[in-house]
Design a protein around this ligand. Structure first.
Ligand code: F6P
Length: 328
């Protein structure tokens, strides 16, 4: 293993997600294992610009594998979008003796890493950390599995009260402009309808489906709505539309919001984070740069970072069909 890399910086950037701490822990401990120094960078690129650094060692990451959030904090940095901001960041990295950077975040964070690497010929490695699971080059992003379980648990609770009051609930979930959380958690929670941005079948088909549910004897329903869905203006517009057209329905809305970003990471996310952290550091030590660590068919892989930022993830059409059948 080439040792031209002597000191690695690690940061978390963009929306936080469960598993980020497990990934930080894996990066720090893999550095320690290979006797490479590691510097924690607070608040993503903004911390790099401000020189907000902390020396890390194997003990610095005790007892965090099970913690949601990120001990290095996260942020979105407008200043890093400027050449001056990136020059400040690079100068701080040089002053701190950094030889490479591991960025744990989403596609926006990887775009910044790619530009920074190109401008300063600086080695970078990305680890996909976002609950949205919307990054090309990996079948799972850190936090996605935990978010699915959080959403399913929340919907199970909503279903208790929906069935007690014979109500229809619209439950809005995160995912930015993709429907992975809505589709998978919707199937998992047995939702009667799932609305995702990848397909818009219109409000009237929704009414038809709700009518069919009622005629089949269902006295309460759950409709999971991805926040990027375009069937209605928003989830409250859908509520109004159903109340106007199906007055027999008593309708409520529950927007799950940022609780989907929290919580102790699932075992899957902890193991994935550990595997990705090791791969990221050892790839840098092998002289590789400008990749995103991913997982494909259970194997840890490297995807060129320019593909990860440009590619998009598709909805699983087979699961879409399962969802349709389950709503019979
Ligand atoms: O990208 C993760 C995510 O939670 C999205 O699902 C959501 O749309 C967005 O972040 C919310 O961003 P913020 O935390 O800035 O409100």
């Amino acid at each position: 293993m080439s040792k031209s890399i002597k000191k690695i910086g690690v940061m978390t950037s963009g929306g936080d997600s469960p598993g980020m701490n497990a990934a930080i822990r894996a990066v720090v401990r893999t550095c320690a294992f290979h006797k490479v120094d590691c510097i924690g960078i607070y608040r993503g690129y903004q911390g790099l610009i401000e020189g907000d650094f902390k020396e890390m060692n194997a003990r610095s990451v005790n007892n965090i594998v099970n913690k949601g959030g990120t001990i290095l904090k996260s942020a979105r940095s407008q200043e890093f979008r400027t050449v001056e901001g990136r020059k400040k960041a690079h100068s701080n990295a040089m002053e701190a003796g950094l030889d490479a950077l591991v960025v744990i975040g989403g596609d926006g964070s990887f775009t910044g890493a790619m530009i920074f690497s190109q401008e300063f010929d600086f080695p970078v490695m990305g680890i996909p950390g976002t609950i949205d699971n919307d990054i090309y080059g990996t079948s799972s992003t850190l936090g996605y599995d935990t978010a699915l379980n959080t959403v399913v648990e929340a919907i199970d609770k909503i279903r208790d009260t929906a069935s007690s009051h014979n109500r229809l609930f619209f439950v809005e979930v995160m995912g930015r402009d993709v429907g992975h959380i809505a589709l998978n958690a919707g199937v998992g929670a047995g939702a009667e309808e799932i609305l995702i941005p990848e397909e818009n079948l219109g409000k009237d088909r929704l009414l038809e489906s709700l009518k069919r549910s009622r005629e089949s004897g269902k006295t309460s329903s759950i409709v999971v709505v991805a926040e990027g869905d375009t069937t209605g203006e928003n989830v409250f517009d859908l509520k109004d539309y159903v109340e106007q057209n199906l007055p027999e329905y008593e309708v409520r809305v529950s927007v799950l919001g940022h609780m989907q970003r929290g919580g102790s990471p699932s075992c899957w996310d902890r193991v994935l984070a550990s595997r990705m952290g090791v791969k990221a550091v050892e790839s840098l030590l092998d002289g590789k740069s400008n990749y995103m660590v991913g997982i494909q068919d259970s194997k840890i892989t490297l995807c060129p970072i320019d593909q990860a930022v440009k590619g998009k993830t598709d909805i699983d059409l087979e699961l879409l069909r399962v969802s349709d059948i389950m709503t019979t």
